[in-house]
Ligand binder design. Structure first.
Ligand SMILES: [Zn+2]
Length: 136
């Protein structure tokens, strides 16, 4: 398998931060603009290097934990599907999204998520587990 080289812009902290926040928190169908301007885009490759670790709530443990994925990239203009697994319980979190150029900027739009986005994650399980699990 070909090893892709990441460009400097894709490794930029602000880009990765926005990209990661998008994957974890963005609602469906709402576009998020990446902090990459037209100058940076001129020298860019046609993909973004995705984060391998994100932080999101694990419903089973009722707290925010690390979720990991193998090395991956998102090609511009193509639907990308990425799956992260919870380091603690192995639950899977999947996101379907598109990277597109809007004018001279890049935008991200989420088209699907598994499990589906919830406004109020269930707390019953966390409450049922009690204090024994607060150390996770
Ligand atoms: Zn978990």
């Amino acid at each position: 398998m070909e090893t892709r080289k990441s460009s400097g812009a894709t490794d930029d902290d602000e880009v990765q931060k926005t990209f990661t926040a998008f994957l974890v928190d963005a609602p469906l169908y709402k576009s998020v603009r990446l902090p990459i301007g037209p100058d940076a885009l001129k020298t860019r490759v046609d993909y973004l290097v995705g984060p391998r670790v994100i932080r999101r709530e694990c419903v089973q443990f009722g707290t925010v934990l690390n979720w990991v994925a193998d090395e991956w990239v998102a090609q511009f203009g193509q639907m990308t599907v990425v799956w992260f697994s919870c380091r603690n319980c192995g639950s899977m979190f999947g996101v379907w999204f598109l990277v597109s150029t809007r004018g001279e900027y890049l935008s991200l739009t989420k088209y699907g998520q598994h499990p589906p986005p919830e406004r109020n994650p269930p707390n019953e399980l966390a409450a049922a587990l009690g204090d024994d699990y607060t150390d996770f």
